[in-house]
Ligand binder design. Structure first.
Ligand code: CDP
Length: 226
């Protein structure tokens, strides 16, 4: 480590835009730590649902946010649609967001060591408000998006591959509701930062998106002398 500030890549975008897969691959290619911030909200939601709590109740949801642990973050139920829906509801609560903000900022400031290559030179964090609120000083900001139809198709396929029954129309409807909630909330809504580069992935496959984003990051690293 040179003692320089960690190199942070912020990736934001709506559900099933492909930002999660992209973030994971970019982190691997550039030797950066990866945080899927959505998992923090999903883990909070899972804790609430497990206790039959109401995700819209600030007291219940904030207490759950405080109890997020590595064990919950690894629970396979995190990817269920019930958890996705509940996470989108509780993520509109300012107290929940405040509770999870510290964890995310801490990750950006002190990216955890990688399994085989020691301390990373930075981090890739994906979510809804990383470039706007969590890491407004990120070295690279990407906004990854796609049409609701393309995203619903991807999500339905993902769910079916995971063994769940998924009807495209239902997934599309859910997706539109979640988009409206994520974009319409007062605190940290889903939005592209003014200095973000938007990648519309509607007609692109995962490899094409990965190459575009890799070029952007490679250029930023070079400009930064890293
Ligand atoms: O994978 P998908 O894009 O469907 O969702 P996710 O990234 O796992 O996020 C689940 C929910 O958490 C979203 O619907 C958002 O409401 C919320 N979230 C947020 O508010 N802020 C973030 N930085 C990340 C997720």
């Amino acid at each position: 480590m040179t003692g320089r500030r960690p190199f942070v890549v912020a990736i934001d975008g709506p559900a099933a835009s492909g930002k999660g897969t992209l973030a994971r691959r970019l982190a691997k290619r550039f030797g950066l730590a990866h945080l899927d911030s959505g998992k923090l909200y999903r883990a909070t939601a899972l804790l609430v649902l497990r206790e039959d709590g109401d995700p819209a109740d600030p007291g219940v949801a904030t207490a759950a946010a405080r109890r997020v642990s590595p064990a919950v973050l690894g629970d396979p139920l995190l990817s269920s649609e019930a958890v996705a829906r509940a996470s989108s509801i509780l993520s509109a609560l300012p107290a929940v967001r405040a509770e999870l903000l510290a964890t995310q900022r801490d990750f950006a400031a002190h990216p955890p060591a990688l399994a085989h290559s020691g301390t990373p030179r930075g981090a890739v964090i994906d979510g809804r408000d990383i470039g706007t609120v969590v890491c407004p000083d990120a070295a690279v900001k990407l906004f990854v998006t796609a049409s609701p139809e393309a995203r619903a198709e991807r999500r339905a396929k993902e769910l079916r591959e995971g063994g769940a029954a998924a009807i495209y129309e239902d997934v599309l409807q859910d997706m539109k509701e979640r988009d409206a909630r994520d974009s319409g909330r007062r605190v940290a809504p889903l939005a592209a930062a003014p200095d973000a580069i938007t990648i519309d992935t509607t007609g692109l496959d995962a490899d094409q998106v990965f190459e575009q984003a890799s070029d952007i990051i490679a250029r930023a690293l070079a400009a930064d002398g890293r």
